[in-house]
Design a protein around this ligand. Structure first.
Ligand code: GDP
Ligand code: MG
Length: 665
């Protein structure tokens, strides 16, 4: 039987709904990328007949676990994961062959605009190897450290990984981090060198690096060019041969792991599931273990490469499910799903992501508070790593303090709020979560504990009751060319890191590991590393708990009025430098007004620095004399528009994006 059956009329009638859905999808996609071919020459056989009124269905019962392979593609940023995913989909006929860089799995606007993957995406494909048809499920993952949580969740639905390494750049910091994510889970790794078409490619050198760092034998390494499509067949063969099939039993009661979910406006939540045992069909009554809620399966299918309905998913397979989960909390990732009244042992779920940076998020207009609340809820369904706390500010009104995995993550989240939900927000200066220990039984009772986590520095308890400050630390890994050893050691020490351990990756590259305060690496560390190493250094970090630290609270004053949103906790050795930098940036970011603005930074009553913004000398519209009314009106209009984007501190108008600009270089 064929993988995807051509349907005789009887089958078509039986599967009317599926047929309709398929027709719908096909119509929708008529002009674009997806070619539903009937190319029997290919290693899989699909038969899609549209014009001649035959229909499509995918019979997944033909794929027992031993004919299924679930794998992720992991790599450092830009090493070619999404390009390889494109080629795998093309080679197996899921999408049409194109000379363009399609990156079909980068679906979000922000991903397309920035050319980065921020969200792991799954796609199924069919491949015949030695006469047996296999169902392969690939997960394309993000490479940036901020999105590691996506990678680790994806790995829970896989039995192996492709570790892609750019043959020109060699092993980079996130290659190391991603390798160990897979290694720690005992997942087999297929090492693949990509970009061998490049002039500067040094496959032998990179193979030596892989051997030195990960004990990978050169003969196990594949060499490909994802861009040109060289070596793709070999990758597919090796996936079948080297990645084990899932251990799953179709006869056991249903057990699924929900490893991802996203929101669609009309159908509610769509969840990615890995079927660990049993069978789940359309119309089944399923139950989520943690929420203990029953849902009826309305649609089920595989991502091919978008939602493609089937009538069931079987043990070992990965696909999506729509089950009337209207409430966002019904589709929390990590949930175990089973049939109603047939509970099974639940999966451990996922370790919650640990937020590294917090910032206040407020609606630009308070009347939009409810709308923003809903937008944040829906977006966090698709991005469960965001940590949410209610917050309010005297100036900015009601809002939230959100925890992110890094500044890029924060930036992407806010961009997505804007692009996908049309939500315009004010963001306060981001900070890392500090901890303090307080004294006095009364105080401990009042604050609910002796150790407090400070998500917002302006909510710090009175300094007189604080006995100890602690700051979050990371274990940082840097890989850089040997000629930059001196600069790398210096910058690590300047950033209050421990003296770095050094391992030679090969004769020309060194890996440094050091414990650094998170606060020191958050903003411009990576940029500085890059500029010191002519662009060659790469950096990755992981959480390394808290350490006691000598912190002080810095307040900023505008004409004597404290700006709560800018209050910072910083290391004492840094206070003056940071204060000067922030005051200078405030000076640049606040437009002149018709009175003098004094910007000051203070620790307690001690003023650290001061900057002034001189008042306007003249009325700016004065130049638009007499006759030129239209120009004058236009200017006044522009000023009024501008004002909408301002907020008032005392009498001073501060642009809304001033705070986020302040921590950026
Ligand atoms: P990802 O961040 O790992 O998903 O990387 P992408 O797939 O987005 O690729 C990053 C860049 O490398 C893109 O500009 C690709 O066109 C390019 N690229 C990917 N594979 C190859 C290859 O085999 N050869 C060359 N020359 N460029 C490639
Ligand atoms: Mg990508």
């Amino acid at each position: 039987m064929n993988t995807i059956l051509s349907c005789p009329l009887a089958r078509l009638l039986q599967n009317r709904h599926i047929a309709n859905r398929c027709l719908h999808i096909l119509k929708k996609k008529k002009k674009d990328l997806y070619r539903y071919s009937c190319d029997h020459e290919r290693s899989f056989s699909t038969s899609f007949y549209l014009a001649n009124k035959k229909e499509v269905c995918i019979e997944l019962s033909e794929f027992p676990p031993e004919h299924v392979r679930n794998f992720s593609i992991i790599a450092h940023v830009d090493h070619g994961k999404s390009t390889l995913a494109d080629r795998l989909l093309e080679t197996t006929g899921v999408i049409s062959v194109s000379s363009k860089n399609q990156q079909v799995l980068d679906r979000l606007q922000v991903e397309k605009e920035r050319g980065i993957t921020v969200k792991a995406q799954t796609a199924s494909l069919f491949y015949t190897h030695k006469g047996i048809k296999y169902l392969l499920n690939l997960i394309d993952t993000p490479g940036h450290v901020d999105f590691n949580y996506e990678v680790s969740r994806s790995l829970s639905a896989c039995q192996g990984v492709i570790l892609l390494v750019d043959a020109n750049q060699g092993v980079q910091a996130q290659t190391v981090a991603n390798f160990f994510l897979a290694f720690d889970r005992d997942l087999p790794v297929i090492p693949v060198l990509n970009k061998i078409d490049l002039k500067g490619a040094q496959p032998n050198v990179v193979m030596q690096q892989l051997h030195k760092l990960f004990d990978i034998l050169p003969e196990d390494v594949l060499q490909i060019s994802a861009k040109l499509g060289t070596g793709i067949d070999e990758v597919l063969q090796q996936i079948v041969e080297r990645i084990p099939s899932p251990v799953a039993d179709v006869k056991k009661p249903l057990k699924c792991l929900m490893f991802d979910s996203w929101y669609t406006p009309y159908r509610g939540a769509v969840a990615s599931i890995a079927v660990l045992d049993g069978v789940v069909k359309k119309g089944d009554k399923i139950m989520t273990h943690h929420k203990q809620k029953v849902h009826e399966v309305q649609e089920i299918g595989i991502m091919y490469p978008t939602e493609f309905p089937t009538h069931a998913l079987y043990a070992g397979q990965v696909g999506y499910i729509i089950a009337n989960m209207k409430n966002i909390k019904d589709a929390l990732v990590g949930e175990t799903i089973y049939h109603q009244n047939k509970p099974t042992e639940p999966m451990p779920g996922f370790k919650p992501a640990k937020p590294m940076v917090f910032a206040g998020i407020f609606p630009a207009d308070q009347s939009q508070h409810m709308a923003l609340k809903l937008a944040i809820e829906k977006l966090t369904l698709n991005d469960s790593s965001v940590d949410i706390h209610i917050d309010n500010s005297a100036v900015l009104g009601q809002g939230w303090r959100l925890g992110f995995l890094g500044l890029l993550h924060m930036d992407v989240f806010i961009t997505r709020l804007d692009q996908e939900f049309n939500a315009s927000v004010i963001v306060t200066a981001p900070n890392v979560p500090y901890k303090v220990t307080i004294k006095g039984a009364k105080n401990i009772k009042k604050y609910g504990g002796e150790t407090l986590t400070i998500l917002n520095p302006c909510k710090l308890p009175d300094l007189s009751i604080i006995t100890e400050f602690m700051e979050p630390m990371v274990k940082g890994t840097i890989i850089a060319p040997t000629e930059h050893i001196g600069e790398m050691v210096n910058i690590i020490l300047e950033r209050r890191g421990t003296y770095p351990e050094q391992t030679f990756v090969d004769e020309s590259r060194v890996m440094f590991t050091s414990h650094l305060p998170l606060n020191e690496i958050l903003v411009d560390f990576f940029d500085e590393l890059k500029s010191l190493s002519s662009g060659y250094a790469s950096f990755d970090y992981e959480d390394a708990d808290y350490e006691t630290s000598d912190l002080v609270k810095v307040n900023y004053l505008l004409n004597g009025k404290e700006v709560d949103e800018l209050t910072m906790l910083v290391h004492v050795s840094r206070a003056r430098d940071i204060a000067v930098r922030v005051c200078e940036k405030l000076q640049k970011n606040i437009p002149r007004q018709n009175f003098l603005i004094v910007i000051q930074a203070a620790v307690g009553s001690k003023i650290l620095c001061r900057e002034d913004i001189k008042p306007y000398r003249k009325d700016v519209t004065a130049k638009c004399y007499g006759g030129d009314i239209s120009r004058k009106t236009k200017l006044l209009k522009q000023q009024a528009e501008g004002k909408k984007k301002m907020r008032l501190i005392g009498r001073i108008e501060v642009p809304r994006d001033a705070f986020i600009n302040i921590l950026r270089k």
